[in-house]
Design a protein around this ligand. Structure first.
Ligand code: TRP
Length: 334
């Protein structure tokens, strides 16, 4: 039996280049080798969007179309919707006994997210919900209900995988060896910088290029990208290594052109406007086949629904077998 790969994405917005280079290109390689389960994590998205169900609902379809348009093959990847696997909710309840509140509060990813929320909304600690604090427990259920062994994720998810491993060990030590300990798989580029030079590209940071951005938006975003601030005149020599335009050239341009961009920038024979224009052209070329594929799914929404339905059914069957095994180990199999 090939190993099971499992990963999840929160349906809260469209995919951007950070997702594509950070994690999704890894999915493309892995889909050929493993039994691949891809969860559209709508329940997890609701943990911090519980008051905006429309947004989550809309983005389940949007993100699925994005994933299909980058080349994930629905005959190889099992797309499913988290909320439709009731065993995940059930298992979350069982796991909630195996983790302390202090441990959840110490989880570095959760800790950062809580700090960000406080910064954004001035929330005090009391406004953090039980559901939000507990989402790592639910994520452990996502993974283990399918016996997920390899988990392709971005760097920020490592503490969540570690938390899952701890739950698995605790479960196995109390109820007997039942569950597999998952391992993360990191992509070569775990993180992509934003247009503003921020270490992370993110929707909420407003520094992202989305796969669905049209030519006009891409032009505007790239024209505003951060370059070497010491370069004032067109023929001033500059440092490409602190320029976001060069950074993106490296992602989408050819090797030969990248070298040219670099040396011309250093010599001062390349103006920023010309350099940005070239990047706009290359970026559009890079995104064109993705947009083309997306158009097909936009015109055939029933195909997207079928893919989600078939994948969810397969996931339900597997989850059902696993929950029985788990309940037996816990002596609640009446
Ligand atoms: N927490 C992940 C994120 O925010 C999404 C996710 C949900 C996930 N369930 C998962 C990732 C299971 C890996 C495995 O991106």
């Amino acid at each position: 039996m090939p190993k099971t790969i499992l990963t999840g994405l929160r349906p809260t917005g469209n995919l951007h280049l950070g997702h594509l280079f950070g994690a999704c290109q890894n999915y493309l390689k892995l889909q050929d080798q493993y039994d691949f389960y891809l969860e559209i994590a709508d329940v997890q998205a609701l943990t911090d969007n519980f008051d905006n169900p429309k947004k989550v609902r809309l983005n389940v379809k949007e993100i699925t179309m994005d994933l299909l348009s980058i080349g994930l093959d629905p005959t190889k990847v099992n797309f499913f919707i988290q909320s439709q696997i009731k065993e995940i909710a059930e298992l979350t309840v069982y796991y909630s006994n195996l983790v302390t509140i202090a441990r959840l509060e110490r989880n570095p990813t959760v800790k950062t997210e809580i700090a960000q929320k406080k910064e954004l909304f001035g929330h005090n600690g009391e406004s953090i919900t039980y559901g939000f604090l507990g989402y790592p427990v639910s994520q452990a259920a996502d993974i283990t209900i399918f016996d997920g062994e390899l988990i392709p994720v971005g760097e920020d998810q490592l503490p969540l995988i570690e938390q899952c491993r701890e739950i698995v060990r605790k479960f196995n030590s109390i109820y007997g060896k039942t569950l597999k300990e998952p391992e993360p798989i990191l992509s070569d580029t775990a993180r992509i910088k934003g247009l503003d030079g921020n270490e992370k590209m993110g929707k909420s940071l407003g520094n992202a290029i989305f796969l669905v951005d049209d030519d006009e938006i891409i032009k505007k975003k790239i024209m505003n990208a951060i370059t070497d601030p010491s370069k004032i005149k067109k023929d001033d020599p500059a440092n490409p290594n602190i320029c976001m335009v060069y950074y993106y050239h490296k992602l989408v341009n050819t090797k030969e052109n990248i070298e040219k961009v670099c040396s011309e920038c250093k010599k001062g024979t390349r103006g920023c406007v010309a350099c940005k224009k070239e990047l706009i052209e290359k970026m559009n070329k890079f995104l064109a086949p993705i947009k083309e594929k997306r158009k097909y799914y936009e015109a055939h929404p029933e195909k997207v629904e079928e893919i989600l339905k078939a994948g969810t059914q397969k996931a339900q069957q597997r989850a059902n077998i696993q929950i029985q095994k788990i309940k037996k180990a816990m002596m609640i199999d009446y």
